[in-house]
Design a protein around this ligand. Sequence first.
Ligand code: GLC
Length: 424
Amino acid sequence: MRRTEDKSLVARRLAAALTLAVGAALAAATAAGGCGKKDARPAVRFLEGPDSGGGWKEILARFKAVHPEIDVELVEGPAATNTREDMYATALLSGDTTYDVVYMDVIWVPKFAAQGWLLPLDERLPPAEREKFLPGDMRGSTWEGRVYRVPMQSDAGMLYYRTDLLAEPPETFDALVESAGRLQQPPGLWGFVFQGRQYEGLVCGFLEILWGHGGDVLDAQGRVVLDSPEGVQALTWMAGLVKRIAPEGVATYQEEEARHVFQEGHAVFMRNWPYAWTLAQAVDSPVRGKVGICPMVHAQGRASAATLGGWGFGIAKKARHPDAAWTFLSFATQPEQMKLLHFKNGAIPARRELFKDPEIVAKSPHYPDLYRVLLAARPRPVHPAYARISDALQVHVSAALVGTETPEAAIRAAAERIREAVGR
Ligand code: GLC
C-alpha cells in the first residue's frame, strides 16, 4: 500500500514539476520573442494531450486562416488526464495566466467551477445552442446551474472484439472470460487488454465492472456504498483477469498501450474508448476490417454500463482576452472541426447532428449504435472532491491488480478514504 500511495504522490510532484518546467519554457519563449513588444504571448493558450493524429494542428491552421489577428497556441502535454489536471490546477491555483482556455475532462468541471477558476458561459452559450450537444456532455459541463464548458469530444467506454475470431461478442463477464480463455494463445495473442495502470483510466474501467455487477461508489444521497458485496465481486473479477486472460503488463497500460497491443493483433478483446475504432481502421492497421465494438459486458441479470468521458473548452477566470478565447473555442467546436478531429484523431464528436452525418456514418457504420451507448453512459461521481475519490480508487484497485492487497481489503480501504473525502 505504501508503495502505491507513494506512486500517486510522485505523480503529483511530477505534474507540479512539469507545470513549472512548461511555465518556465513558455516564459522564456515569450521573452525571446518579445523584441520590446508589450506582450508577445499568443492571445489564447491551452494544454491538451499529444496530438497523435495531427487534428489539433489542422484546426489551429484553419483558425489562423480566418482569424489571423488571434494567435492560438496549443501546448501538447502528457497523455494522462490526471497529470494534465494537476498542471492546470497548479497554474490556476497560483493565479498565473499560463492558460487562457482550459481544455477540460468532464470530471474536472465540479472542482474547477467550485474553485472559481472558470468564467460562466451561460450568456455566450444560450439554451438553444446547448440543445445541439449530447445531453450527458452538456450536463457534465454544468455546475450548480451554470455552464462552464463547451463540449468538443464525447466518450463512453466500450468493448472491442475481433470479428475474424468470433461471430458474436459475449454479453456477460463469465462469457467474456470463457471465450477469451478459449481463443487466446499467449504470449502472441492474449484474451483481454484494458487500462490497468494506476491513473484515471483505471477508475473508468473499474466503474464499468462495478456498475455491471450492480454496485456503485455513492448512492443517490451521496453516501459511500462501494464496500458492498457487489463491490468486492467486481474487484475480484477484475483482479482475476491478470495473468489468466490479460498479460501481466496490463497493470502498466493506459489507453494507447492497450490500443497498440490490440491493433497489432495481439488481443481478442479490449476495453477502450471509441477513438480506437477509427484508428484500428487505418489502412496500415493489421486488424483493419476485423474489429467489432459493442457495450461492455455485465453480470447475469444486470445491465451493461459505460463510463461517460469527454472533453470540452472552458475559459479561465483570469484569461487575458476572454473574447478572443471565445472566438477560438466557438470556432473549434463547430461541426467541421469536430469532424476533422474525428477523422484525424478518432475523437467522438459532441454534437448530436454528427451521428447522422453521411461522411462519418459511411466510415463508421457503428455510429448510430454508439449514439445509444453515449446517451446511456454514466457519469463518475459528480463531486468537487472527485479527484480524491478517484485517487483512493486508483491506489486500491491497482493494489488488487498487482496482488499487494486482496480485493476485500482494497475495497474496504478505498471506501474508507472516500468517506473521508466526501465527509460522510
Ligand atoms: C478519456 C475520457 C476521459 C477520461 C480519460 C481516462 O480521455 O474522455 O473522460 O477521464 O479517458 O483516461
